[in-house]
Write a protein that binds this ligand. Structure first.
Ligand SMILES: [Zn+2]
Length: 111
């Protein structure tokens, strides 16, 4: 009865923690485009991935900026130019975010 009434609600699945961190082909995001900031192939959907956050540099994909010098609202007002410089210097778009980045994988190397 409850299921009929609330069928639009998602079902809560209580997986153990290790399940949630499982990296299988099913739940892995398929990246096929370079991150505009670090250049590693980390962005899915041919780059058309608004608000997707690159796991290597933590740049948030912003499809609204029209140049590398335009401040990005998605990235604390950083420009892509500044983000790239920061990545070169700190390994992240902003130095405090470095601890949340991960190293690029072999398959993410720019082609
Ligand atoms: Zn990146």
């Amino acid at each position: 009865m409850r299921e009929e009434k609330y069928e639009f609600l998602p079902t809560i699945m209580n997986h153990p923690v290790e399940d949630r961190q499982d990296r299988t082909a099913e739940n892995e995001v398929f990246a096929d485009a370079p991150c505009p900031c670090c250049g590693y192939i980390t962005v899915p959907n041919h780059g058309d991935a608004l608000a997707y956050i690159c796991p290597v540099c933590l740049w948030e994909v912003d499809l609204f900026i029209k140049s590398d010098k335009e401040p990005s609202d998605q990235n604390h007002g950083l420009t892509l130019e500044q983000g790239r410089k920061n990545f070169e210097r700190f390994g992240a778009v902003l130095s405090p975010l470095r601890k949340y980045c991960r190293e690029p994988r072999v398959e993410e190397m720019p082609r």
